[in-house]
Design a protein around this ligand. Structure first.
Ligand SMILES: Nc1ncnc2c1ncn2[C@@H]1O[C@H](COP(=O)(O)OP(=O)(O)OP(=O)(O)O)[C@@H](O)[C@H]1O
Ligand SMILES: [Mg+2]
Length: 445
């Protein structure tokens, strides 16, 4: 971290010198001024993070300096120093806008404590200001050029009612983007209905999507509207669209073409006005050209395509997200946000994040939960990130753990592409999921 600069203002050369030496020893940059006029000059020329000023000085007082700073410079912390008999001066200074006061005589520790408190407040404010500037609507964070491009695409898509295909690796924020499109669109006040086409058995998916009339099948005791009807005038999100069965694909194609749905057990189609967002973490075009996905459905879905960049291509966004998730976890625990050492940040920045933002959130959350001091360092990071290959083999592990570790490494090697990993490992995608389940909270579903 770049060291912070403190301006010491005191008419006594001896006091200036003592303060300068103490603060410099602590790693701060220190500038000094013998009076308010000189201090004002320095403030105009240099980038100062904190002003430490004596109250009583022959020409202008510390209070004048506080006033000048509050009127001319917004975010600058000021600590005022007074003698014990002038305690009321300190109170007045705080009322005028000083942030902290120190009563003479004070110990070195009292000095450092007050200085750190004031600087800590400033750092926090800076952080808030940064976060403010980058938050895209609906909780999407990031300010990298890649993310800015994404925000523009989201805004454009939101202005239309066209079908959108959102593609990206697992955990990149596809659902977040879909929600953002819906809530920025004219349909925002109508329902947003997400449906997972991969995790629901085909029969159930069909009745959930299209609804059914009484007696359509055993157990259909009443007539029930499907998601498409529920989402009328709103938006439906077809998640994991690549996993929809061929029969389901035909049915979806029909909805897209005719804008009507047929409830199970009924022959009377119902008109629906639903905007469709489809999500996939597999390359749908490639699947379509291989014949693994209906080409006509792909073309219908692919009116607008929004690719979401993987986390490792978002540069410094990783830092911003670490800060965000660390702050969030710390707030939940009601503790101060631990600092992440530069060395640890370097490791985190260099990791390939196959599970993208979801993996990052899980890792950071766990680091905060497990943090023992107020700093997170390299040894606290998950083993996987710390060049596990260089370490002595750990003989105290079950086969299942070793297996999961190997699967994770292969997944990392292929940048999280489960199909590719499945090919290398000689098992199915489903088996990968099952083998990682319960063993690895980072791997995502
Ligand atoms: N840019 C971002 N800023 C803040 N949080 C994010 C961002 N991207 C993703 N997240 C968070 O990461 C998690 C995963 O996001 P989401 O569920 O949208 O990803 P996904 O691409 O749909 O994942 P999957 O492929 O597993 O379905 C969520 O908790 C989400 O809030
Ligand atoms: Mg998702």
């Amino acid at each position: 971290m770049a060291s912070e600069t403190i301006l010491v203002v005191d008419d006594s050369a001896g006091t200036r010198e003592v303060l300068r030496r103490n603060l410099t020893d602590r790693g701060y940059q220190v500038l000094t001024a013998p009076g308010v006029a000189e201090a004002v000059e320095i403030l105009e020329a240099a980038d100062i993070n904190l002003v430490l000023t004596d109250m009583r000085m022959p020409e202008a007082s510390g209070l004048d300096l506080v006033r000048h700073i509050r009127e001319n410079i917004k975010d600058l912390e000021v600590v005022i120093i007074t003698g014990f008999p002038d305690f009321n001066d300190a109170v007045r200074a705080i009322k005028t806008g000083a942030d902290e006061y120190l009563i003479k005589p004070f110990t070195d520790n009292e000095l450092f404590e007050v200085v750190e408190k004031a600087l800590g407040k400033r750092r926090l404010q800076e952080r808030m200001a940064e976060d403010d500037g980058v938050a895209a609507p609906y909780g999407i964070l990031g300010q990298s050029p890649e993310m800015r491009r994404l925000y523009r695409q989201v805004a454009k898509a939101a202005a239309t009612s066209a079908t959108v295909l959102i593609q990206g690796e697992s955990g990149t924020g596809k659902e977040l983007v879909a929600r953002s499109i819906h809530y920025q669109s004219r349909r925002a006040s109508a329902p947003f209905v997400p449906v997972n086409c991969g995790s629901v058995p085909e029969q159930l998916l069909e009745s959930e999507l299209f609804g059914y009339v009484r007696g359509a099948f055993t157990g259909a005791a009443t007539t029930r509207a499907g998601f498409f009807q529920t989402a009328d005038t709103g938006t439906i999100l077809l998640d994991e669209i690549s996993e929809a069965s061929p029969a389901m694909q035909v049915k979806l194609l029909r909805v897209l073409q005719d804008k009507e749905v047929c409830m199970l057990g009924s022959s009377r189609p119902v008109r629906v006005d639903v905007r469709i967002l489809a999500v996939s973490n597999r390359d749908l075009q490639a699947l379509a050209s291989k014949g693994a996905f209906r080409e006509d459905l792909f073309f219908r879905l692919n009116v607008i395509t929004i690719p979401i960049p993987p986390l490792r291509e978002r540069g410094d966004d990783i830092l911003l997200l670490i800060r965000h998730f660390a702050g969030k976890a710390a707030r939940e625990l009601n503790i101060d946000t631990p600092r992440v050492s530069d060395a640890a940040l370097k490791v985190l920045m260099g990791y390939h994040w196959p599970g993208n933002v979801r993996e990052l959130e899980n890792v950071v959350q766990r680091l905060v939960y497990m943090a023992e001091g107020d700093i997170v360092d390299v040894p606290d990071l998950p083993q996987l990130m710390r060049f596990s290959a260089l370490r002595a083999p750990n003989l105290n592990r079950t086969l299942a753990e070793v297996e999961a570790d190997h699967i994770r490494r292969v997944l990392a090697h292929v940048a999280g592409n489960k199909s590719e990993a499945a090919r290398i490992l000689g098992i199915s995608r489903k088996t990968i999921r099952e083998k990682l389940k319960g063993l690895d909270p980072e791997a995502g579903p």
